[in-house]
Design a protein around this ligand. Structure first.
Ligand code: DLL
Length: 432
């Protein structure tokens, strides 16, 4: 286990980390230039050669890669090695256009497992733990990603995949799972069911590793208290291997980026200009070691803040805040920018559950915004006669947060369809 708390790397001085990143960047740029003609052409178009990249200070000379590049080069235009050297493929869950396909060599899988194992160690998980993985297995990276890291650490892994809540709970009790890995929305659903079915005293959970979608500190507090666990965030994306690009330590204040494998930058999503540490902007990541799918300056579209502040856990890796929305899932309603996370903040502050759905439509040439909010069983039965008054108060809270009017509908418990993977929060019916 000690192997995965790689103190000499995770707690190295900032100068040591930067110099390791510089060395790796120079090698990786040369590797990509020699092996990925799609990116070499982009560099040539920008008048850059590997000789121009002497260290991380030169990173902004390199062109960005965007999701469109990944679609244009589908299925293998960004692969860095012959197919024969790859041992696995994963793919994004995108519903529009072509899916993105990512390739992994044996070494890529090893380093990915190391990154996830570090994340588990940072959450105080060890080879004593029984880890129930309820992220989907298959093309989605959640299942196999957490599985690989936990197995590498020597944990006993329950490869449940998503769904079959009844079976999840039976195994959780009978096999004494101590760690739960799933999306935060599924964790909230499981915790509701555990409490409703009186299983709370029969479970042995002590940690949760939740990620793959946006969640808030309030949602964390509610899951932690209803399950009696500590819940840790984990971040990643298929294009950059999967979960484990960044992970939360005992401080639970932001996620350390595995900087020996990933170089992080923040840019202005409109202009593409690099922003200084501490600014809010789009996260751009360069993979420094992966060879199967070696992406340079990949625009994640996740909006966050990077910080080099000293962490109480002793790790010196830069921390990223929770993603605060995506540059591409910002809704524009009646000309106003609306992020689903703003709506969630109001709901949680007002004591509602995090089960909600936002429906945007267009009637008579004007946008409409409807928010369906599920009541908890307590506030449903206690307040049946007062729903209209509660809806009115939520309308004014949302107006204060968003600056526009939203129709609010408080709906019965469990009436919004649950997702076993990432929750579907927004339905945009406008045909523009
Ligand atoms: O969601 C990988 C993953 C699996 C991460 C399990 C964590 C746990 P994709 O399906 O490619 O990969 O989706 C990546 O999900 O760009 C973010 O917008 C979002 N996301 C991932 N982790 C978090 C998180 C996986 N901790 C996209 N908080 C990313 C908020 C997250 N959003």
């Amino acid at each position: 286990m000690e192997r995965y708390y790689q103190k000499e790397i995770e707690c190295a001085s900032r100068d040591e980390i930067r110099s390791l990143q510089s060395r790796r960047l120079v090698e990786q740029v040369r590797f990509v230039w020699d092996n990925v003609p799609y990116y070499r052409h982009k560099m040539e178009a920008q008048g850059v050669t590997p000789d121009d990249i002497k260290g991380i200070e030169d990173i902004s000379k390199l062109p960005f890669l965007k999701k469109d590049d990944l679609r244009d080069s589908y299925p293998d235009g960004l692969r860095g090695v012959p197919a024969k050297e790859c041992v696995r493929i994963h793919s994004t869950s995108g519903t529009t256009g072509k899916r993105v396909v990512a390739y992994y060599t044996k070494d890529d899988i090893e380093l990915w497992n190391d990154c996830v194992a570090r994340a588990l160690v940072a959450a105080d998980i060890s080879d004593e733990d029984v880890v129930q993985v309820c992220y989907g297995y298959g093309l989605f990276t959640g299942g196999l990603g957490l599985h690989g890291g936990a197995e590498k650490l020597g944990c006993m892994v329950l490869p449940m995949s998503s769904g079959s809540t009844e079976r999840q709970l039976q195994f959780m009790v009978d096999l004494k799972s101590t760690v739960l890995c799933c999306t935060p929305s599924y964790a909230a659903y499981l915790s509701e069911t555990i409490n409703e079915t009186g299983l709370r005293d029969k479970i042995h959970l002590r940690r949760g590793i939740f990620g793959a979608e946006a969640w808030s500190d309030d949602m964390r507090a509610s899951i932690e208290s209803s399950l009696g666990i500590k819940a840790h965030d984990i971040y990643g994306l298929t294009e950059l291997s999967g979960p484990g690009v960044a992970y939360e330590c005992s401080a639970q204040k932001g996620m350390h980026i595995n900087e020996d494998h990933f170089l992080a930058e923040i840019i202005d999503p409109e202009t593409g200009k690099s922003l200084p540490l501490g600014s809010k902007g789009e996260l751009v990541i360069t993979s420094l070691t992966k060879k199967g799918f070696p992406l340079l300056r990949y625009r994640t579209r996740d909006i966050c803040i990077l910080s080099e502040e000293k962490c109480s856990c002793g790790r010196t890796f830069v921390k990223m805040s929770r993603p605060m929305g995506r540059s591409d899932d910002m809704l524009i309603v009646k000309g106003v920018n609306v992020f689903p996370s703003q709506i969630e903040t109001v709901l949680i502050q007002q004591g509602y559950s995090s089960n909600y759905q936002i429906i945007v439509d267009r009637k008579n040439n004007s946008d409409t915004l409807d928010v369906m909010i599920e009541m908890t069983s307590e506030n449903f039965s206690d307040n049946l006669g007062k729903i209209t008054a509660q809806e009115k108060s939520l309308v004014s809270e949302l107006k204060a947060m968003l600056g526009i009017y939203a129709n609010v509908h408080l709906v019965a418990p469990k009436s919004i369809v649950r997702s076993e993977g990432k929750a579907v929060r927004v339905i945009d019916r406008r045909k523009i």
